[in-house]
Design a protein around this ligand. Structure first.
Ligand code: SF4
Length: 577
């Protein structure tokens, strides 16, 4: 299996067969971590030339349904630690069909460029003319017009957020998918890299075609019969808004509350009834969970003329830019989601930063001179302007807020209500201990590391140690899924048994124990790298706000979380030696 190494400083590239890595570490995260270890100085500045980006796909791409994701690994400019982000769209298929298991990007271009990978050729295109175009959708359209490979290519690019080094800028791929979390967009920006296009023209044949067909059909059938089809296809993850609101778990107005009076208006059901325009899917996915709303917007100068904007929405976006900012209006919320999309920002971090800023303004820690506009919970017009300012950075305040809520609260105060975990802004679940301990100890400080929110909803009485054990066990297994790299929505489809079966026609023999061991090994490798990058359990901060606002288990006790962290610290020492 080949790895493509691209050096932006020298405008050179090299293709190397790294069968050694893929045999030992499968692909995706497993291989990506090894490549990062080889190429990256863990102490480097994430926005310097020294940072390295690895894109990796898995052995099931493009062979099996829902192996639709690509994993990106890098040093995060937001947390200054290990960055990992997954995206769907067409990226994984394009990389695999171009003949690569991974692409490594090093160095920094002297001028703005974009890269085009076409199987074994790499072109470095001057993109000075694109630099300064803040709208990532327009950038995508221009590149798509110019480059070949319609239908078999991916266009990953940044908007104004990445160019202005907003530490939570994302990389947008195709139209509605993102390497969203932890600031890959800023790393692109720091390297003068506006976009990465991959055109994949080859295809791969399985060793045992008959066996492949059989297991393919089985996976397809299980997927169609799974509850993922019902839940994710019908209403999408936005279906969670109403139940979480009922459970007192929906973070509202900077988590001052977990009940949002406007939940009904911004629920997945309301979006589906009044705004849903269509559903789309990542490549090779029969579920199609991506929900797109149609928003009709009048042209300012022309009467009776309208444009229709298609806007992707899901639970996390509705939480972060909706309930967290107190926004009831679906139209206002869609406009805000669209603005964040245009600039290429991570919606979760943006929402949490703006929610903190609103409360900091209420409390007098900052003034309207800082924010330029008066931020008020529920006022989406004000937030639309504030999103512009996060990118244009007209005041020192926005320059700081563009570095994340942890940084902003260090400078202006208000740490008690700055909702970041390990430097990463909070996901949308205030369900109880497991969710928050999960954010603290997860390797990405994200709800994607382990579904703590689900433990909270299933289990009433549980000890700190048991929660940590459960979370780590789940995170270890997710290393296997992330090495394959399958969509986490398919985690009930890709059981150990199915994975072992699916490997066989591809000529890979591994048993269930082998998979579990591999998950533990990759988890340990990541933790070691994280430590080398400076991670220390003792430096984890518990935002006081999560102890003040009721969860579905009532108010949380700090002693419980401290006990969990003490136990976790011991495990980290044991694992990393
Ligand atoms: S379930 Fe959704 S996110 Fe996952 S691969 Fe399918 S369309 Fe993409």
């Amino acid at each position: 299996m080949n790895v493509l190494y691209i050096d932006l400083s020298k405008y050179k590239y090299e293709i190397v067969n790294r069968k050694d890595l893929f045999e030992e570490w499968i692909g995706g995260v497993g291989v990506g971590i090894q490549l990062l270890k080889e190429e990256l100085n863990p102490k480097s500045d994430p926005l310097s030339e020294e940072n390295v980006i690895v894109f990796a796909v898995g052995p099931f791409t493009p062979a099996y349904p829902l192996a639709s994701k690509t994993v990106a690994l890098f040093k995060s400019p937001l947390t200054k630690n290990l960055g990992e982000s997954h995206a769907g769209g067409r990226t994984a298929t394009a990389i695999a069909n171009a003949g690569y298991g991974a692409v490594v990007i090093k160095g920094k271009s002297k001028k703005p460029i974009y890269i085009v990978i076409e199987n074994d050729k790499v072109h470095f295109r001057d993109s000075r003319v694109l630099w300064g175009i803040e709208d990532s959708l327009i950038v995508g359209r221009i590149i798509a017009e110019k480059e070949e490979g319609r239908g078999i290519r991916t266009v990953m690019r940044i908007g104004g957020g990445g160019e202005k080094l907003v530490r939570y800028a994302c990389v947008t791929t195709e139209t509605y998918r993102h390497f969203g979390r932890l600031g890959l967009g800023a790393v692109f920006g720091s390297k003068n890299l506006k976009a990465l296009v991959v055109v994949g023209r080859s295809s791969v044949l399985p060793k045992d075609k008959k066996g492949y067909r059989e297991i393919y059909d089985k996976i397809y059938k299980i997927t169609l019969e799974s509850d993922a089809m019902q839940k994710y296809h019908l209403i999408g993850t936005a279906v969670n808004i109403l139940p979480l609101n009922e459970l007192r778990s929906l973070p509202t107005k900077n988590l001052k509350s977990t009940r949002f009076e406007g939940a009904e208006e911004i629920s997945g059901e309301s979006f589906a009834i009044y705004n849903l325009g269509r559903r789309i899917a990542c490549n090779h996915c029969p579920i199609a969970c991506i929900h797109i709303a149609a928003l009709r917007v009048p042209y300012e100068q022309e009467k009776y003329f309208y444009k229709t904007i298609m806007i992707s929405y899901d639970y996390e976006l509705i939480y972060a830019l909706g309930s967290m900012l107190g926004i009831h209006s679906r139209e206002g919320l869609l406009k805000l989601i669209h603005r964040v999309e245009v600039y290429g920002l991570d919606a979760m971090s943006t929402g949490v930063c703006l929610a903190w800023a609103t409360e900091a303004l209420e409390k007098g820690l900052i003034s309207e001179e800082d924010t330029v506009v008066r931020l008020l919970f529920g006022d989406y017009e004000a937030y639309l302007k504030a999103v512009d300012y996060l990118v244009k950075q007209p005041t020192e305040f926005y320059k700081i807020l563009a570095q994340g809520v942890e940084k902003a609260s260090e400078v202006y105060g208000g740490k008690d209500f700055a909702l970041a975990f390990g430097g990463n802004e909070m996901p949308g679940y205030h369900t109880g201990y497991a969710a928050h301990i999960g954010y603290l100890i997860g390797l990405r400080h994200s709800h994607l590391d382990s579904a703590g929110y689900s433990i909270d909803q299933k289990v009433k009485e549980v000890k700190p140690k048991d929660i940590v054990d459960k979370l780590i066990e789940e995170e270890k297994w997710r290393q296997v899924l992330s090495s394959l790299v399958v969509c986490f929505f398919a985690r009930k489809v890709y059981t150990p048994e199915i994975i072992v079966e699916a490997f066989k026609p591809l000529g890979v023999e591994i048993d269930e124990n082998g998979l579990l061991e591999l998950g533990s090994k990759i988890y340990a490798e990541k933790l070691k790298l994280k430590r080398k990058m400076g991670f220390d359990v003792k430096s984890l901060r518990i935002p006081k706000r999560i102890l003040e606002t009721e969860t579905l288990h009532g108010k949380l006790d700090k002693r419980f979380i401290d006990e969990a962290l003490d136990y976790y610290a011991k495990l980290v020492n044991e694992i990393t030696g």
